[in-house]
Design a binder for this molecule. Sequence first.
Ligand SMILES: [Zn+2]
Length: 443
Amino acid sequence: MTIYRATVLDTPGDLPTADGLRVSEDCGLVVKDGTITFRDDFPAVRAAFPDEQVVDLRGGVLLPGFVDTHVHYPQVRVVGGLGRPLLDWLRECALPEELALSDPVYARGVARDFLAGLVHAGTTTALVFGSHFPDAVDALFAEAETVGLRITAGLVVSDRLLAPGLHTTPATALREGKALVDRWHGRGRLRYAVSPRFSLSASDAMLESCAALMETAPDLWFTSHLNENLDEIEHVRRLFPSAENYLSTYGRHGLVTGRSVLAHDVHPSAAELEMLAGAGAAVAHCPSSNSALGSGLFPLRAHLDAGVRVALGTDVGAGTGFSLLKEGLQAYFVQQLLDGGVALTPAHLLHLATRSGALALGLGDQVGDLSVGRQFDAVRLHPQPGSTLDVALRHPKDATDALAKIFTLGTPADIDVVRVAGQVVTAPAQLSLDGSLSPMETR
Ligand SMILES: [Zn+2]
């Protein structure tokens, strides 16, 4: 048993009602076997547990570990392909790199780079869009198990309109997916997500094989893309002339449920929002990616009014890095620019970056805030002395003001310790091109 002493900010409530920032200036968290078993002001905790070890985390701010609900593992090395809309960006930036992951050694290096990005950003839980190659997905799960993050991921499948090297058949997709499910789903902190890339690249036969894979084990997750870009939506409409809308291309195969997370949904119809809400499916809002690709301004108000659960995703390849702080700030910008946008508060941003993600991934009873009963997944923000964030945090009006400063100025460089279930997690070393650790890293 360990007592952690820190200034703690978290948002244990529900998003639409949250100004619910919980502030504990001098908090004591009692952690046993990775779970928070008691929480109170530190003097009360010390009195109740006078002999237990205390880890003093004061001097910064302790937040729940961040939750990223949409992030592409193969794209970590191609961030920054500016100047293209979605379909051009896919063809020129993303897909050539995704093909490179057919080499398992290359894929292992990318997996390590990717997981390092998550750890440095303080992301402790993520729904990860995997690779088109089973060995590459295997490498991601294996490396994630070593690092200790909570990862849900799967084999990405498509059978048309990408690059031929990325295509598979429905039967092969089912067989390879089943093998990965058997090996990784429910193992430690890992879960499997059935992942057709998007309807544009997945025929009805492929989506039917995804539905068949969903039946092979309990509690599998489903993730894909939805309504990101107007050209994409028009392509999907032509490819599925009998479908009521984009969402129903998934829905009519039984793929839209309470264990589904659809990325983007920048251009939803009212019928789609109603269907998402009715199913209990969640939307991963990726504001940096939407801005970089010019996809549009996310209608958060319409989602919330319809009762659709929304969380944040960094997307990464088309986005601007792994930081959920930056993603929260960009979500705020988008709503400021949007006629009828939601006036997001700092508490909203923290909720979107933590508890909203946990709820979207069905992990709301385990992570996302620092209440009794949750896993102790936490990040400490401790900015470099003299940095602008350090200066700003020395002079906040109150905790809400401090949190606003954290989202405005915070970067991965300000995160000094990341814990999952109480254990400190560290980023894996990079691999050199032949798959060995580089000399510097083996010292
Ligand atoms: Zn994506």
